[in-house]
Design a binder for this molecule. Structure first.
Ligand code: ZN
Length: 321
């Protein structure tokens, strides 16, 4: 059986896995991104671990269809150039795809992590069969990957799909991208948590405070979700509000692109029904009738290993398998 090799390069960890054509992980390795002083050392480790993984699983080069890599930020897919990598100080404009191709002697494709995740959902997850779809990740950052007419839409400089940086207000909080009032500037993890802390300091009574024993710095989206599930009025209101903001941005997407599906993943999506109901309600209220009726908002299916399985899907997609 021929296998795919998926590599997920994250800010915190790097994961490498052997994956079959049905998207099932057969063997996996994980190591921290921050252990490396420079990009050369990191690439050495990636190729070393990859070769080890193949040997341990008892496969050779000809058993591998290709290597797929998901990396943060905009990626120039022609050379597989990854522009930056947080936690690796000298990483700048590294043509990772070309380097890995030469070092491993395998067909290699590199793309942005959320594009890769969108392909993962399209091939193996909640997006199977979709022709037009937006895949959104809600976490520390807010990302997006677009499938249009069955193809991954990368844009004119490989920067398309940045749903997190769609502005939803004229004025508002500063965003990491340098602009302001973007979706991410309202619903990125840190912004949600900061808002909750401010409101608690202003006297809001909520179970959240009890769950962290009064240590407000311990508040996370998971804690807010736990409080909401226990019926806490304030926590539920937080998720309704996040849903309203995400839904406002998505109403614009629905009107512009008439997608049939919006797949939402990432840590914040674990808030579940209350968040999804609020997103759907906002889209129904704010998008135009016909496209609003067509679109289905669903939870992502691939969870923890979405990046790896997506990287494998990238190989299938690019190789036309
Ligand atoms: Zn922004």
């Amino acid at each position: 059986m021929r296998l795919l090799l998926g590599i997920d390069i994250g800010g915190t960890n790097i994961k490498i896995a052997l994956i079959d054509k049905k998207g099932r992980i057969k063997a996996k390795k994980t190591f921290p991104t921050a252990d490396f002083k420079g990009n050369r050392a990191l690439i050495e480790r990636i190729t070393g671990e990859t070769k080890k993984l193949l040997a341990e699983y008892g496969v050779v080069k000809k058993d591998i269809i290709g290597v797929g890599v998901g990396a943060p930020g905009a990626v120039d897919i022609r050379s597989g150039t990854v522009h930056y990598l947080t936690n690796v100080p000298d990483w700048s404009e590294v043509p990772l795809g070309n380097i890995l191709k030469n070092k491993l002697g395998l067909l290699t494709f590199v793309d942005n992590d959320v594009n890769v995740m969108a392909l993962g959902e399209l091939f193996f997850g909640s997006g199977i069969g979709a022709k037009n779809m937006l895949c959104v990740t809600l976490g520390t950052g807010v990302g997006g990957g677009l499938i249009l007419e069955g193809r991954l839409y990368r844009g004119s400089s490989y920067a398309a799909g940045e749903f997190g940086h769609v502005p939803i207000n004229i004025a508002g909080p500063r965003c990491n991208c340098g602009s302001w009032a973007c979706v991410e500037a309202y619903v990125g993890n840190n912004y949600i948590v900061r808002d909750v802390i401010t409101q608690i300091k202003n006297g809001e009574k909520t179970l959240i405070k009890k769950l962290v024993n009064g240590k407000l710095s311990k508040i996370t989206p998971e804690i807010i979700s736990r409080a909401a599930r226990a019926g806490d009025r304030f926590a539920k209101e937080i998720w309704r509000d996040v849903g309203n903001k995400v839904g406002t941005g998505l109403a614009g997407v629905v009107n512009l692109l008439n997608v049939e599906k919006i797949v939402i993943g990432g840590g914040v999506a674990e808030a579940g029904k209350i968040l999804f109901d609020s997103i759907k309600k906002t889209i129904a209220a704010r998008a135009m009738k016909l496209p609003a009726k067509t679109v289905k908002v669903v939870k992502a299916k691939l969870r923890r290993d979405a990046g790896l399985i997506g990287a494998a899907a990238l190989v299938l997609y690019e190789a036309g398998i």
